[in-house]
Ligand binder design. Structure first.
Ligand code: 4NP
Length: 157
């Protein structure tokens, strides 16, 4: 059964730093364009270490600073996601390798590197988890903003 919505899932290693920011920014971008009701959006992890946890406080701070609402908790990707979502976005090459390995044969979702939609060509959204400050989170926000707009533009062509 299809509800006619386009479905996008954002993936990173832990689902507490990059993919929550990507999810929140993409949701805000479609909401601001009055397209919120046309999209189903979520994020998930490759690994299970942080399941049930809110994002890293630096990710929450960064989103707050930019008025991006966020209320979700980490979950791990499941095989069904590959047939539920139309688009699954990874943040770096390791995510893409993991996604390609886990995708059930013939599954529906397009596996895409989010950074491929950055008009500035900054393709990799680097893992800021082990950084000693929040600069990498701000960079992730800026990349997510450009990539969200870039991806939505690419759907219009
Ligand atoms: P994320 O960052 O993939 O952007 O959520 C990480 C968070 C946690 C871990 C690795 C990356 N970890 O190994 O616990």
């Amino acid at each position: 059964m299809s509800d006619g919505k386009k479905k996008a899932l954002f993936i990173c290693l832990g689902n507490i730093c990059r993919s929550p920011i990507a999810e929140g920014v993409f949701q805000k971008t479609v909401n601001d364009m009055n397209l919120g009701d046309q999209w189903e959006i979520d994020s998930a992890a490759i690994g299970g270490w942080h399941v049930g946890n809110p994002p890293d406080w630096r990710a929450l701070d960064t989103m707050k600073n930019h008025n991006v609402p966020y209320n979700n908790h980490a979950r791990q990707i499941v095989p069904e996601d590959f047939n539920h979502y139309d688009y699954i976005f990874g943040m770096d090459e390791a995510n893409m390798r993991d996604l390609n390995k886990r995708a059930p044969k013939g599954s529906k979702a397009k596996l895409l590197l989010f950074g491929d939609f950055d008009p500035q060509g900054d393709r990799i959204i680097r893992d800021p988890y082990y950084d000693s400050d929040a600069k990498g989170f701000e960079k992730c926000y800026q990349q997510s903003l450009r990539c969200s707009k870039g991806f939505l533009d690419s759907l219009k062509q």
